[in-house]
Design a binder for this molecule. Structure first.
Ligand SMILES: [Zn+2]
Length: 83
């Protein structure tokens, strides 16, 4: 009786000894997995689009280079349509 009891404990201990490093390795692999775009330490910045020169024509005329009013569809100088 006592012999089987110690035997089962030995099996348990062996299981623990075997499972512990496996679990550790699994954890380490899991931990290191998202090593692609994730930057540790650096604050996660949402991707900011460059100045919206294409969507909103708050810049200069593509044809003559005159300053455009925000949201202007056409250049006030040469009449070129802004895209
Ligand atoms: Zn123009």
């Amino acid at each position: 009786m006592a012999k089987t009891f110690t035997g089962s404990i030995l099996i348990l201990v062996l299981l623990l000894i075997f499972c512990f490093p496996i679990g550790l390795i699994y954890l380490v692999i899991k931990w290191q997995e998202p090593s692609g775009p994730v930057n540790f330490g650096a604050p996660a910045q949402p991707y900011q689009q460059p100045p919206q020169q294409y969507q909103q024509n708050t810049g200069f005329c593509q044809k003559c280079g005159a300053a455009l009013e925000p949201g202007a569809q056409f250049c006030q100088k040469c009449g070129n349509r802004q895209q």
